[in-house]
Design a protein around this ligand. Sequence first.
Ligand SMILES: Nc1ncnc2c1ncn2[C@@H]1O[C@H](COP(=O)(O)OP(=O)(O)OP(=O)(O)O)[C@@H](O)[C@H]1O
Length: 301
Amino acid sequence: MAIVVGTDLTKTYNGLRAVDNINFSIERTECFGFLGPNGAGKTTVMKMISCRSPVGSGDIVVNNMSVKTDARKIKSVIGVATQEDNLDRDLTIFENLAIYSRYFDISKGVAKKRIDKLLGFFDLTSKRDTRVDELSGGMKRKLIVARALVNDPEILILDEPTTGLDPQARRQIWDTVIRLKSEGKTIILTTHYMDEAEELCDRLALMFDGKILEYGSPKELIEKIIGTNVCELYAPDKESANEISKTIPGSIEQVGSRLYIYGNDANVLRRMCEAATSAKHSVRRATLEDVFLKLTGRGLK
Ligand SMILES: Nc1ncnc2c1ncn2[C@@H]1O[C@H](COP(=O)(O)OP(=O)(O)OP(=O)(O)O)[C@@H](O)[C@H]1O
């Protein structure tokens, strides 16, 4: 059953259509991702879902309530881990969480129990009384996610949860998302990392220039738009890539001197490239990055 439904959603900033007539439906307890490059409109959608920015036109219904009329109630069922670090740097981890819990009128006793549980869950108990200033980037990010859970929301929004983190801290956030999902939370996340989207998301909306280009599970999207494999071919220059592309049948994308040749059978792809040119090439499994490249002519970065 859908828990969040966006219909004909548009948002314009000074004439710029940051979100351009999109439709989406997020199921209860799934992890749904908005994947797209910088400026695609992902954060703007998150702000509208969480009632932090009014919808331009169209509507979003959360738990059968419209963001236009029921913002207060919707805010009580959503937790938001924002992209920017807006923690209070002079306060400790515990104080940051305790202050936040007051916005939701949670009694001191309940808040303390919930915070202690969250600190355990996020492996931050030993840092309970440490000031935010003294935490690593990964710990701060975990604290931002923990803070989003203080009101025990049904829906957790994670806006670019791992941008700028090292691989180990990234993995910790991923494990946390997987655990929260298994506990029944609905998770909505934005990312421009295709590996993150593939690892965490049950379904995805691929966003570009304010629009949703495609919608589905990572596997469905890859199979539908690319197939199973990609041969990446490195021509000496753009002109020769152009010439080579004319001799290879099938679905091809060119970016400068590089050709991306799509197909299902790795051996067929390899033989096709070998027959066409002596230029260096390699065959690998298709990814969401390939899907983006094919749909937009550019990558996610
Ligand atoms: N408050 C604002 N005022 C004016 N323009 C805005 C505002 N917020 C976002 N925009 C513009 O809207 C577009 C979409 O921005 P948004 O932050 O939603 O994209 P994004 O996909 O989340 O990008 P990123 O990955 O960089 O966070 C961009 O062109 C951005 O400059």
